[in-house]
Design a protein around this ligand. Structure first.
Ligand SMILES: [Zn+2]
Length: 353
Protein backbone atom coordinates (compact mmCIF):
# COMPACT_ATOMS: atom_id res chain seq x y z
CA UNK A 1 0.00 0.00 0.00
CA UNK A 2 2.83 2.36 0.88
CA UNK A 3 4.43 1.78 -2.55
CA UNK A 4 1.14 2.44 -4.31
CA UNK A 5 0.68 5.68 -2.42
CA UNK A 6 4.23 6.72 -3.24
CA UNK A 7 3.46 6.41 -6.97
CA UNK A 8 0.17 8.25 -6.62
CA UNK A 9 1.92 11.13 -4.92
CA UNK A 10 4.81 11.12 -7.34
CA UNK A 11 3.63 9.89 -10.78
CA UNK A 12 7.06 10.68 -12.29
CA UNK A 13 8.48 7.86 -10.16
CA UNK A 14 6.33 5.41 -12.10
CA UNK A 15 7.52 6.91 -15.37
CA UNK A 16 11.18 6.44 -14.41
CA UNK A 17 10.53 2.83 -13.38
CA UNK A 18 8.73 2.09 -16.67
CA UNK A 19 11.47 3.56 -18.86
CA UNK A 20 14.09 1.61 -16.89
CA UNK A 21 12.25 -1.65 -17.63
CA UNK A 22 11.86 -0.82 -21.33
CA UNK A 23 15.46 0.37 -21.78
CA UNK A 24 16.65 -2.81 -20.05
CA UNK A 25 14.58 -4.87 -22.49
CA UNK A 26 16.02 -2.99 -25.44
CA UNK A 27 19.58 -3.52 -24.33
CA UNK A 28 18.88 -7.20 -23.70
CA UNK A 29 17.38 -7.48 -27.19
CA UNK A 30 20.52 -6.00 -28.69
CA UNK A 31 22.91 -8.21 -26.77
CA UNK A 32 21.23 -11.51 -27.59
CA UNK A 33 21.48 -10.78 -31.28
CA UNK A 34 25.23 -10.78 -31.14
CA UNK A 35 26.17 -14.33 -32.16
CA UNK A 36 28.82 -14.77 -29.48
CA UNK A 37 26.20 -14.12 -26.86
CA UNK A 38 23.59 -16.54 -28.12
CA UNK A 39 25.32 -19.69 -26.98
CA UNK A 40 23.76 -19.99 -23.53
CA UNK A 41 20.49 -21.72 -22.92
CA UNK A 42 17.67 -19.20 -22.76
CA UNK A 43 13.94 -18.75 -23.24
CA UNK A 44 12.44 -16.46 -25.77
CA UNK A 45 9.78 -13.82 -24.98
CA UNK A 46 8.49 -10.97 -27.06
CA UNK A 47 8.75 -7.37 -25.87
CA UNK A 48 8.41 -4.05 -27.69
CA UNK A 49 11.67 -3.02 -29.32
CA UNK A 50 11.94 0.59 -28.27
CA UNK A 51 15.56 1.10 -29.27
CA UNK A 52 14.76 0.96 -32.98
CA UNK A 53 12.11 3.63 -32.49
CA UNK A 54 9.10 1.61 -33.60
CA UNK A 55 6.85 -0.84 -31.81
CA UNK A 56 7.79 -3.89 -33.77
CA UNK A 57 8.51 -6.99 -31.76
CA UNK A 58 11.81 -8.71 -31.40
CA UNK A 59 12.68 -11.89 -29.62
CA UNK A 60 14.69 -11.50 -26.48
CA UNK A 61 16.13 -14.30 -24.49
CA UNK A 62 16.84 -15.03 -20.87
CA UNK A 63 19.64 -17.26 -19.71
CA UNK A 64 18.44 -20.73 -18.79
CA UNK A 65 16.36 -22.10 -21.66
CA UNK A 66 16.95 -21.36 -25.31
CA UNK A 67 15.73 -22.87 -28.59
CA UNK A 68 18.35 -25.26 -29.93
CA UNK A 69 18.24 -23.54 -33.34
CA UNK A 70 19.99 -20.51 -31.81
CA UNK A 71 22.90 -22.60 -30.56
CA UNK A 72 25.08 -21.77 -33.52
CA UNK A 73 28.02 -19.53 -34.11
CA UNK A 74 27.21 -17.03 -36.85
CA UNK A 75 29.49 -14.55 -38.60
CA UNK A 76 30.26 -11.46 -36.56
CA UNK A 77 28.30 -8.49 -37.88
CA UNK A 78 29.24 -4.81 -37.94
CA UNK A 79 26.81 -2.41 -36.21
CA UNK A 80 25.40 -1.39 -39.61
CA UNK A 81 24.93 -5.04 -40.63
CA UNK A 82 23.19 -5.69 -37.30
CA UNK A 83 20.89 -2.72 -37.89
CA UNK A 84 19.64 -4.30 -41.12
CA UNK A 85 19.94 -8.06 -40.51
CA UNK A 86 18.96 -8.31 -36.84
CA UNK A 87 16.83 -5.22 -36.35
CA UNK A 88 15.13 -5.45 -39.76
CA UNK A 89 16.43 -2.14 -41.07
CA UNK A 90 16.62 -1.05 -44.70
CA UNK A 91 19.69 0.27 -46.47
CA UNK A 92 19.34 3.45 -48.54
CA UNK A 93 18.24 2.71 -52.13
CA UNK A 94 20.99 2.76 -54.79
CA UNK A 95 23.63 2.62 -52.02
CA UNK A 96 24.29 -1.12 -51.75
CA UNK A 97 27.24 -2.82 -53.40
CA UNK A 98 25.13 -5.42 -55.24
CA UNK A 99 22.45 -3.10 -56.64
CA UNK A 100 24.14 -2.89 -60.06
CA UNK A 101 26.25 -6.03 -59.68
CA UNK A 102 25.80 -8.68 -62.37
CA UNK A 103 28.73 -11.06 -62.05
CA UNK A 104 28.14 -14.79 -62.29
CA UNK A 105 28.01 -16.52 -58.95
CA UNK A 106 25.94 -17.09 -55.84
CA UNK A 107 24.64 -14.62 -53.24
CA UNK A 108 24.89 -15.99 -49.71
CA UNK A 109 23.58 -14.95 -46.29
CA UNK A 110 25.95 -12.45 -44.64
CA UNK A 111 25.14 -13.90 -41.22
CA UNK A 112 25.31 -17.65 -41.80
CA UNK A 113 26.73 -18.15 -45.36
CA UNK A 114 23.66 -20.12 -46.57
CA UNK A 115 23.25 -19.92 -50.37
CA UNK A 116 20.22 -17.74 -51.12
CA UNK A 117 20.13 -16.56 -54.76
CA UNK A 118 21.80 -17.48 -58.06
CA UNK A 119 23.12 -14.59 -60.16
CA UNK A 120 21.00 -16.01 -63.02
CA UNK A 121 17.83 -15.01 -61.13
CA UNK A 122 19.06 -11.43 -60.59
CA UNK A 123 17.51 -8.70 -62.69
CA UNK A 124 17.62 -4.90 -62.81
CA UNK A 125 14.32 -3.63 -61.43
CA UNK A 126 15.62 -0.03 -61.06
CA UNK A 127 14.20 0.01 -57.52
CA UNK A 128 17.59 0.69 -55.92
CA UNK A 129 18.03 -2.71 -54.26
CA UNK A 130 19.26 -6.04 -55.66
CA UNK A 131 16.28 -7.85 -57.19
CA UNK A 132 15.87 -11.56 -57.83
CA UNK A 133 12.93 -13.45 -59.28
CA UNK A 134 13.75 -16.78 -57.63
CA UNK A 135 15.48 -18.23 -54.59
CA UNK A 136 17.71 -21.28 -54.22
CA UNK A 137 15.57 -24.18 -52.96
CA UNK A 138 13.91 -23.31 -49.67
CA UNK A 139 16.64 -20.93 -48.55
CA UNK A 140 14.31 -17.95 -48.12
CA UNK A 141 11.42 -17.80 -45.66
CA UNK A 142 8.41 -15.49 -46.00
CA UNK A 143 6.50 -13.91 -43.10
CA UNK A 144 3.95 -11.13 -42.77
CA UNK A 145 5.82 -7.87 -42.20
CA UNK A 146 5.28 -5.95 -38.96
CA UNK A 147 3.54 -3.29 -41.08
CA UNK A 148 0.80 -5.84 -41.80
CA UNK A 149 0.96 -5.16 -45.52
CA UNK A 150 4.21 -6.34 -47.03
CA UNK A 151 5.80 -9.79 -46.95
CA UNK A 152 9.14 -9.88 -45.21
CA UNK A 153 11.82 -12.33 -46.32
CA UNK A 154 14.30 -13.99 -43.96
CA UNK A 155 17.17 -16.40 -44.34
CA UNK A 156 15.49 -19.73 -43.61
CA UNK A 157 18.63 -20.95 -41.88
CA UNK A 158 19.40 -18.11 -39.43
CA UNK A 159 16.31 -15.85 -39.61
CA UNK A 160 18.49 -12.92 -40.71
CA UNK A 161 16.40 -10.16 -42.29
CA UNK A 162 16.87 -9.94 -46.06
CA UNK A 163 14.16 -7.56 -47.31
CA UNK A 164 10.71 -8.04 -48.82
CA UNK A 165 9.12 -10.00 -51.65
CA UNK A 166 6.59 -8.61 -54.10
CA UNK A 167 4.49 -10.48 -56.64
CA UNK A 168 2.27 -9.50 -59.55
CA UNK A 169 4.49 -6.70 -60.86
CA UNK A 170 5.11 -8.54 -64.17
CA UNK A 171 8.78 -7.54 -64.21
CA UNK A 172 9.98 -11.01 -65.23
CA UNK A 173 8.15 -14.16 -66.37
CA UNK A 174 8.31 -15.48 -62.79
CA UNK A 175 6.35 -12.39 -61.71
CA UNK A 176 8.19 -12.22 -58.37
CA UNK A 177 10.65 -9.68 -57.01
CA UNK A 178 12.77 -10.54 -54.00
CA UNK A 179 13.94 -7.06 -52.98
CA UNK A 180 17.06 -7.65 -50.88
CA UNK A 181 19.43 -5.42 -48.92
CA UNK A 182 22.95 -5.77 -50.34
CA UNK A 183 24.30 -5.66 -46.81
CA UNK A 184 22.38 -8.84 -45.92
CA UNK A 185 24.37 -10.80 -48.49
CA UNK A 186 27.86 -11.83 -49.54
CA UNK A 187 28.82 -12.81 -53.08
CA UNK A 188 30.79 -15.87 -54.17
CA UNK A 189 32.03 -15.60 -57.79
CA UNK A 190 31.29 -18.54 -60.10
CA UNK A 191 34.90 -19.55 -60.50
CA UNK A 192 38.18 -18.07 -59.55
CA UNK A 193 39.68 -17.08 -62.89
CA UNK A 194 43.31 -16.23 -63.39
CA UNK A 195 43.28 -12.46 -63.80
CA UNK A 196 45.67 -9.67 -64.65
CA UNK A 197 45.57 -5.98 -63.85
CA UNK A 198 46.33 -2.77 -65.73
CA UNK A 199 46.04 0.94 -64.87
CA UNK A 200 45.51 3.62 -67.50
CA UNK A 201 44.91 7.38 -67.25
CA UNK A 202 43.53 9.28 -70.23
CA UNK A 203 41.61 12.29 -68.99
CA UNK A 204 38.16 12.12 -67.44
CA UNK A 205 37.94 8.58 -66.07
CA UNK A 206 34.28 8.21 -67.05
CA UNK A 207 35.32 8.08 -70.73
CA UNK A 208 38.36 5.88 -70.13
CA UNK A 209 36.21 3.37 -68.29
CA UNK A 210 33.51 3.48 -70.96
CA UNK A 211 35.82 1.89 -73.56
CA UNK A 212 37.60 -0.62 -71.31
CA UNK A 213 34.33 -1.87 -69.89
CA UNK A 214 33.28 -2.88 -73.41
CA UNK A 215 36.58 -4.47 -74.42
CA UNK A 216 36.75 -8.24 -74.95
CA UNK A 217 38.43 -10.12 -72.10
CA UNK A 218 37.84 -7.37 -69.54
CA UNK A 219 36.30 -8.72 -66.34
CA UNK A 220 35.81 -5.49 -64.41
CA UNK A 221 36.81 -1.86 -64.30
CA UNK A 222 37.10 0.65 -61.45
CA UNK A 223 37.64 4.39 -61.75
CA UNK A 224 39.95 6.02 -59.23
CA UNK A 225 42.97 8.14 -58.49
CA UNK A 226 46.65 7.28 -58.61
CA UNK A 227 50.11 8.78 -58.90
CA UNK A 228 49.54 11.51 -56.28
CA UNK A 229 50.90 12.56 -52.92
CA UNK A 230 48.12 11.90 -50.40
CA UNK A 231 46.28 8.75 -49.35
CA UNK A 232 42.67 8.07 -50.26
CA UNK A 233 41.95 11.42 -51.92
CA UNK A 234 38.44 12.68 -52.61
CA UNK A 235 37.31 13.96 -55.99
CA UNK A 236 37.19 17.47 -54.52
CA UNK A 237 40.82 17.23 -53.37
CA UNK A 238 41.97 15.86 -56.74
CA UNK A 239 40.17 18.71 -58.55
CA UNK A 240 42.32 21.28 -56.71
CA UNK A 241 45.15 20.08 -59.00
CA UNK A 242 47.40 20.07 -55.92
CA UNK A 243 47.44 16.38 -54.92
CA UNK A 244 49.17 15.18 -58.09
CA UNK A 245 46.70 12.37 -58.72
CA UNK A 246 45.58 11.39 -62.20
CA UNK A 247 42.05 10.18 -62.88
CA UNK A 248 42.66 6.58 -63.87
CA UNK A 249 40.97 3.27 -64.52
CA UNK A 250 41.97 -0.05 -63.03
CA UNK A 251 41.23 -2.82 -65.52
CA UNK A 252 40.96 -6.46 -64.42
CA UNK A 253 41.25 -8.72 -67.44
CA UNK A 254 41.40 -12.39 -68.35
CA UNK A 255 44.81 -13.04 -69.93
CA UNK A 256 43.35 -16.10 -71.67
CA UNK A 257 41.02 -13.81 -73.63
CA UNK A 258 43.02 -10.63 -74.22
CA UNK A 259 46.50 -9.20 -73.74
CA UNK A 260 47.96 -6.14 -72.10
CA UNK A 261 49.12 -4.99 -75.55
CA UNK A 262 45.58 -5.11 -76.97
CA UNK A 263 44.32 -3.06 -74.02
CA UNK A 264 47.20 -0.56 -74.31
CA UNK A 265 46.41 -0.11 -78.01
CA UNK A 266 42.77 0.52 -77.16
CA UNK A 267 43.98 3.07 -74.61
CA UNK A 268 45.89 5.06 -77.25
CA UNK A 269 43.06 4.73 -79.76
CA UNK A 270 40.45 6.23 -77.41
CA UNK A 271 42.10 9.50 -76.30
CA UNK A 272 44.28 12.32 -77.56
CA UNK A 273 47.71 11.39 -76.22
CA UNK A 274 49.31 14.45 -77.92
CA UNK A 275 47.71 16.81 -75.39
CA UNK A 276 49.67 17.66 -72.24
CA UNK A 277 47.70 17.71 -68.98
CA UNK A 278 44.35 17.99 -70.67
CA UNK A 279 41.74 16.14 -72.70
CA UNK A 280 39.51 18.48 -74.63
CA UNK A 281 37.64 20.72 -72.21
CA UNK A 282 39.19 19.06 -69.15
CA UNK A 283 42.37 20.88 -68.14
CA UNK A 284 44.79 20.05 -65.30
CA UNK A 285 47.29 17.38 -64.28
CA UNK A 286 44.45 15.11 -63.10
CA UNK A 287 43.58 14.69 -66.80
CA UNK A 288 47.11 13.76 -67.92
CA UNK A 289 47.78 10.88 -70.26
CA UNK A 290 49.68 8.23 -68.29
CA UNK A 291 50.29 4.50 -68.24
CA UNK A 292 50.93 3.17 -64.75
CA UNK A 293 52.72 -0.10 -65.41
CA UNK A 294 52.59 -2.92 -62.87
CA UNK A 295 55.56 -4.95 -64.08
CA UNK A 296 58.52 -4.83 -66.44
CA UNK A 297 56.58 -6.58 -69.20
CA UNK A 298 53.83 -3.94 -69.17
CA UNK A 299 56.47 -1.21 -69.21
CA UNK A 300 58.15 -2.70 -72.30
CA UNK A 301 54.83 -3.05 -74.15
CA UNK A 302 53.93 0.59 -73.38
CA UNK A 303 57.35 1.86 -74.51
CA UNK A 304 57.16 -0.19 -77.71
CA UNK A 305 53.75 1.28 -78.60
CA UNK A 306 55.00 4.83 -77.93
CA UNK A 307 57.95 4.19 -80.29
CA UNK A 308 55.49 2.99 -82.95
CA UNK A 309 53.35 6.10 -82.51
CA UNK A 310 56.37 8.39 -82.79
CA UNK A 311 57.31 6.61 -86.02
CA UNK A 312 53.83 7.54 -87.21
CA UNK A 313 54.83 11.14 -86.34
CA UNK A 314 52.59 11.54 -83.31
CA UNK A 315 53.96 13.89 -80.65
CA UNK A 316 53.22 11.52 -77.74
CA UNK A 317 52.81 13.22 -74.34
CA UNK A 318 51.90 10.02 -72.44
CA UNK A 319 53.91 9.38 -69.26
CA UNK A 320 55.00 5.81 -68.62
CA UNK A 321 55.48 5.45 -64.87
CA UNK A 322 55.62 2.71 -62.27
CA UNK A 323 52.22 2.22 -60.63
CA UNK A 324 51.64 3.39 -57.07
CA UNK A 325 48.58 2.68 -54.99
CA UNK A 326 45.27 2.96 -56.82
CA UNK A 327 42.49 4.62 -54.83
CA UNK A 328 38.96 3.79 -56.05
CA UNK A 329 36.85 6.90 -56.63
CA UNK A 330 33.50 7.69 -55.03
CA UNK A 331 30.62 5.35 -55.95
CA UNK A 332 28.82 7.95 -58.07
CA UNK A 333 31.79 8.04 -60.46
CA UNK A 334 31.75 4.26 -61.05
CA UNK A 335 30.17 3.06 -64.32
CA UNK A 336 29.06 6.63 -64.94
CA UNK A 337 28.10 6.24 -68.58
CA UNK A 338 26.44 2.87 -67.98
CA UNK A 339 24.34 4.37 -65.18
CA UNK A 340 23.40 7.52 -67.06
CA UNK A 341 22.98 5.95 -70.50
CA UNK A 342 25.10 8.80 -71.94
CA UNK A 343 28.17 8.48 -74.17
CA UNK A 344 31.57 10.13 -73.62
CA UNK A 345 32.03 13.75 -74.75
CA UNK A 346 35.67 13.02 -75.50
CA UNK A 347 37.30 9.56 -75.79
CA UNK A 348 36.14 8.78 -79.29
CA UNK A 349 37.60 5.60 -80.78
CA UNK A 350 39.75 5.90 -83.86
CA UNK A 351 41.92 3.16 -85.37
CA UNK A 352 45.65 3.85 -85.23
CA UNK A 353 47.46 0.52 -84.97
ZN1 LIG B 1 21.41 -16.90 -42.76
Amino acid sequence: MKIKRAFLKRPWLLLILLSLILAGGGIAARSVSTPEKTLNNAASVRIPNVIEGFWGFVDICFDGIRPSKEQKMYNKLTPEEERIIIYKGTERPFSGKYDKHFEKGVYTCKRCDAELFESSSKFNSHCGWPSFDDQIGKSVKRIRDADGVRTEILCANCDGHLGHVFTGERLTPKNTRYCVNSISMSFVPAKKQKTNRAIFASGCFWGTEYHFKRAAGVISTTVGYTGGKIDNPTYKQVCTDKTGHAEAVEVIFDPAKTTYEKLAKLYFETHDFTQLNRQGPDIGTQYRSAIFYLDEQQKQVAEKLVRELRKKRYNVKTEIVSATKFWPAELYHQDYYQKTGKTPYCHIYRKIF
